[in-house]
Design a protein around this ligand. Sequence first.
Ligand code: ATP
Ligand code: MG
Length: 140
Amino acid sequence: MSQTTERTFAIIKPDAVAAGCTGRILARIEQEGFRIRAMRQTHLSKREAEGFYAVHRERPFFDSLTDFMSSGPCVVLALEAPDAIRKWRDLMGATDPARAAEGTLRKEFGSSIERNATHGSDAPETAAFELAYFFRGMEL
Ligand code: ATP
Ligand code: MG
């Protein structure tokens, strides 16, 4: 296991923000040893959500997913930790909250495979793309 400090990109999705769970999720982020390097609340337009999830544009759930992601404010974050990408995905749990392990964020805060509370980059290349999509170099 690599212990290199790494950055990942995370979103507290509109379902979790609307439910008033932002603070509890931020508390978990800090408790689990991530450094918050940048953070902003934003309300994505449909086009911005489509650009962000462009890799999924051929999937049947793309239109519904981008409607959901643009339905209200979300919180975007740059997180830093050793092995941040893997560590954050482990903390989120499985995509479908019904299959997510006990103690994970999606288990606790997600309500469906679409409305699953959080997002996390899945590889160094996607983390680089996603961080740059939301943050200027100066903010990081
Ligand atoms: P994310 O990229 O948001 O961190 P993930 O990597 O676990 O999640 P992906 O396969 O990249 O999962 O899917 C992106 C998002 O699309 C999911 O988080 C979820 O909100 C939505 N999604 C995935 N699969 C489905 C599905 N079968 N039906 C509806 N929505 C889905
Ligand atoms: Mg993904």
